[in-house]
Design a protein around this ligand. Structure first.
Ligand SMILES: Nc1ncnc2c1ncn2[C@@H]1O[C@H](COP(=O)(O)OP(=O)(O)OP(=O)(O)O)[C@@H](O)[C@H]1O
Ligand SMILES: [Mg+2]
Length: 256
């Protein structure tokens, strides 16, 4: 399988404090990766770099064949090839659920639409399907700021699905959902991997969900990769060491 992205010796600092240290891994097209790690481990920072919201200052990286280097010009199409589900949802509160999800289609319009009517019938079909997929078809006209946390999270997921990106980056995409819906929606997000080469990377605080839905799990602790292995190989020992920071006879694996 060809590479969707790679990072080579990537480090990141916030005002002199290291958030990521010497990160190296690659992701193939169609692969689904779970990022695990305690709070502050660097998961959101890593996703932010891949999304270009944070600038790559150290190391080398490429996403969808485009380097993450400083000053690199990225077209609207390249931008829309990467979909992001934010930890804080990033919805436009005064817009309706439908309009928020339609925003995911912006990168597919020929010109930047100044009017709502510029979207094609196909865009409306895709938005309606995404809303149905996340169970919000009946909430299409509701303002985003009149939703519960879990409903807002589902709008963010629908917006990303409607975008039809080639890479989905999802930062704790189901953290606000009840266990049953969390599993269903994570299945929906991760099923986007494989079908047409789209890759998915999601962060999570739930190792069981990671193991169930990802092909591979990467464990981050204090900005470093502690393990990178097929999800079927993840052990309780890996998980304990990741969250508690200690386990006798460390079993460190790196599989790429
Ligand atoms: N904008 C920022 N300015 C300064 N430090 C930051 C900033 N964002 C993150 N950090 C620091 O970088 C480190 C990694 O943070 P990050 O948000 O990537 O962790 P995380 O693994 O996503 O945690 P969580 O599970 O709580 O979301 C932490 O020590 C955090 O305090
Ligand atoms: Mg985070």
């Amino acid at each position: 399988m060809s590479a969707c992205l790679f990072l080579l010796g990537v480090s990141h600092e916030f005002e002199g404090v290291a958030a990521l240290k010497n990160i190296t891994f690659s992701v193939s097209k169609g692969e689904c990766i779970a990022l695990l790690g305690p709070s502050g481990a660097g998961k959101s920072t890593l996703l932010g770099l891949l999304d270009r919201r944070l600038e790559l200052a150290s190391g080398e990286a490429e996403v969808l064949n485009k380097p993450l280097s400083k000053g690199q010009r990225i077209s609207r199409k390249d931008r829309s090839d990467v979909g992001f589900i934010f930890q804080e949802f990033a919805l436009l509160d005064r817009l309706s659920v439908y309009q928020n999800v339609m925003n995911g289609r912006m990168g597919h319009t020929r010109r930047w639409p100044s009017l709502w009517a510029r979207f094609e019938p196909q865009d409306h079909l895709i938005v309606a399907r995404a809303l149905a997929d996340v169970g919000l078809a009946d909430f299409a006209d509701r303002r985003a700021d009149q939703l519960s946390g879990g409903q807002r999270q589902r709008v963010a997921i629908a917006r990303c699905l409607a975008q039809e990106p080639r890479l989905i980056l999802a930062d704790e995409p189901v953290s606000n959902l009840d266990p049953s819906r969390a599993a269903k929606l994570l299945e929906l997000i991760t099923s986007c991997a494989n079908e047409d080469g789209t890759a998915v990377i999601f962060s999570s605080h739930q190792p069981q969900l990671a193991q169930r839905f990802a092909d591979r799990v990467i464990g981050l602790r204090d900005g470093e990769i502690l393990f990178d292995c097929p999800s079927a190989h993840l052990t309780q020992k890996d998980v304990t060491q990741l969250y508690d920071g200690f386990y006798p006879e460390t079993d460190l694996r790196v599989v790429n």
